[in-house]
Design a protein around this ligand. Structure first.
Ligand code: GLV
Ligand code: MN
Ligand code: MN
Length: 412
């Protein structure tokens, strides 16, 4: 089997997909189910059909593109990632795993390989939390980690429900049917940029993920009292934004002093009401994203933040309410998938690093229902979720090659 990756075509497809964006290049903004995202999804579906794959979509918009194997009833071998992108992002996060996965399948087709198990490209819907406040909505539903009832309660910042948004996108099926049966996949592999600097620092171009860190996120509402910026004297204020500021610094302090670099915490959203220059903020909404490779340490940090928030509320006479959006457990990658990836690297003499994924991925949830693994490639300076995110063409093609060989091993 002579397996070759068409690097030029793959890179040109990544560039084409990047043009489906609501931000000026090089930035990419592609929020799930916006008109731009829908056009991008249609373009990806066309590429899959062009490759002879049978395409279906489920009720939340996960796209499945299947290359039928010699034993079509046997569990499939899956690969894929996402194409939605946070505001002001780059062109590689998720996309490398989708278009790299597609090119891996096309490379296998060109090589004359015939899979025993079907090989399926999976484009996960709404991996980024931008629209509905929770990441990996598609894979949470696929794995049964989130119930259909809980998913229907989610709304975007404009107040539209998941059901309204997905139905307008033409997705009319029943959310209950999204969950995959255990055994649907024999194995799953996601190719992704590292989103951190370790591969580049080690000058090693491939990373085989051992485990995926555990993320949790909360929506926090702070309610104080508004009023005239001139009229209300300082001792009489219950400024919600000042309380939020104190809480944000407490979050940073807790993460910095956990005793491990693996604890990271971020407040990435701050909505101020009424948001007028001469009005004391009466209400503030912030989000908290907190992660660790160690579940007990992450949960301990969350308890410390909770205590700090009670103290700040009492001291400033505001109310602080938190709503837990998700608190996921870490996942270990499956030995058989790691083994297939490592074997391909060894055969080519490609050095690889065994590593932890600090970002979360749909693979975290797929791992609940299938043996799952991830392959990382470097990104320049470790940059991700920003417009200057960059992965070198040779690294992308090398990743797609190792992915293709692993899919072949798992489906033979
Ligand atoms: C995924 O995009 C993450 O925030 O880890
Ligand atoms: Mn991302
Ligand atoms: Mn991603």
């Amino acid at each position: 089997m002579k397996l070759e990756i068409d690097q030029q075509r793959l890179i040109s497809e990544i560039e084409t997909l990047a043009a489906f964006s609501d931000a000026e290049p090089p930035a990419v903004t592609r929020i799930v189910f916006t008109p731009t995202d829908l056009k991008a999804r249609a373009w990806v579906i066309e590429r899959c059909e062009e490759a002879g794959l049978a395409v279906r979509q489920d009720a939340i918009g996960n796209i499945f593109a299947r290359w039928k194997g010699a034993e079509p009833a046997a569990p499939a071998v899956g690969t894929g990632s996402h194409i939605d992108a946070i505001p002001n992002a780059g062109k590689y996060d998720g996309v490398v795993g989708v278009l790299g996965g597609l090119e891996a399948i096309r490379g296998l087709q060109r090589s004359g390989f015939r899979p025993r198990n079907s090989i399926e490209l999976l484009v996960f819907a709404t991996e980024e939390p931008t629209r509905f406040g929770i990441g990996c909505l598609g894979s949470r539903l696929l794995s049964g980690t989130l119930s259909a009832e809980a998913a229907t309660k989610l709304r975007d910042r404009g107040g539209e429900s998941v059901d309204e948004v997905r139905k307008r996108a033409g997705l009319h099926g029943n959310l209950q049917d999204v969950k995959l049966a255990k055994g649907y996949y024999k194995g799953f592999v996601e190719l992704h940029i590292e989103q951190g600097p370790l591969l580049e620092l080690a000058q090693i171009s491939l990373g085989i993920v051992k485990s995926i860190a555990a993320p949790a996120s909360l929506r926090i509402s702070i309610e104080g009292a508004g009023g005239h910026a001139g009229g209300v004297l300082m001792p009489d204020r219950k400024d919600a934004l000042c309380a939020a500021a104190e809480l944000i610094l407490a979050v940073e302090h807790v993460a910095r002093s956990s005793g491990a670099l693996d604890t990271v915490a971020t407040v990435g959203v701050c909505d101020v009401f009424p948001g007028a220059v001469n009005s004391i903020p009466s209400r503030v909404g912030i989000t908290l994203d907190i992660r660790d490779t160690d579940l007990a340490r992450r949960d301990g940090a969350m308890r410390t933040i909770e205590r700090a928030s009670r103290d700040i509320a009492a001291k400033r006479q505001v109310s602080i309410r938190s709503e837990l959006l998700n608190a996921d457990a870490p996942a270990d990658c499956a030995p058989e998938v790691r083994g297939a990836l490592a074997e391909s690297c060894r055969q080519h003499g490609f050095p690889f690093l065994e590593m932890v994924s600090r970002a979360y991925h749909d693979s975290l949830f797929l791992s609940r229902i299938a043996p799952t693994g991830m392959l990382f490639i470097p990104c320049r300076n470790g940059y991700s979720h920003r417009p200057d995110e960059y992965a070198a063409p040779e690294d992308i093609a090398r990743g797609a090659l190792v992915l293709a060989e692993s899919l072949a091993t798992l489906s033979a």
